[in-house]
Design a protein around this ligand. Structure first.
Ligand code: FES
Ligand code: FES
Length: 207
């Protein structure tokens, strides 16, 4: 009689640029591996069934709900959690925008919101349309990241505190900063405006 197949494997996860080798039950989700095995508790468990976005991380730069991802399937991929977003003590512009514009209340959904916002900004910069993009023809170009676009693109991230108005403002501000930094990198010019000015524009965009 053949031996029963093992339900455990030793895997190596690449999280925030660090490699972690750990034994996991094959049924372990990436969220549980992060939180329970690696003690990276920034990613939150809200619903544990792909409905709330609290567990959002980036896999190879794209958004994923880690409660629906098996840890064994994440081997070999670059995993970014909220713990890996800042550059040392320097907050990422998306984190700074959430701080500047009060994009949270209790903060439970915030790590997922920020990781999702990172994905949104990259997806938008790459020209991806959303469900509310009026003209999806390639020749129409990239839609502006309006409040409506941000709400649709962030709609997988729920906030029980209802901080949505500030979250939309924060994503708008972070997207502006990203665009300005990209422009600076491309042209070598520094034309970013003031943080205060950007906040005002972000508020107008979300109004
Ligand atoms: S905990 Fe993963 S989507 Fe809610
Ligand atoms: S800030 Fe409390 S759930 Fe979003």
């Amino acid at each position: 009689m053949a031996p029963a197949p093992s339900t455990y494997s030793v895997i190596t996860l690449n999280v925030n640029g660090e490699k972690y080798t750990l034994p996991v039950d094959h049924r372990t989700t990436l969220l549980d591996a992060l939180r329970e095995h690696l003690d990276l508790t920034g990613s939150k468990k809200g619903c544990d069934q792909g409905q709330c976005g609290a567990c959002t991380v980036l896999l190879d730069g794209r958004r994923a709900v880690s409660c629906l991802q098996l840890a064994v399937a994440a081997e070999g991929r670059a995993i970014t959690t909220i713990e890996g977003v800042a550059d040392g003590e320097q907050l990422h512009p998306v984190q700074q925008a959430f701080l500047d514009l009060d994009g949270y209340q209790c903060g439970y959904c915030t790590p997922g919101q920020i990781c999702s916002a990172l994905g949104v900004i990259e997806e938008h910069a790459a020209g991806w349309p959303s469900a509310v993009t009026a003209d999806v023809r390639p020749e129409a170009g990239t839609p502006s990241l309006s409040a409506e676009e941000i709400r649709e693109r962030m709609s997988g991230n729920l906030c029980r505190c209802g901080a949505y108005v500030s979250i939309v403002q924060a994503v708008a501000q972070a997207a502006e900063t990203h665009t300005a930094q990209s422009h600076t990198t491309e042209t070598g010019t520094a034309e970013t405006g003031t943080a205060e000015g950007r906040s005002d524009e972000a508020k107008e965009a979300a109004a």
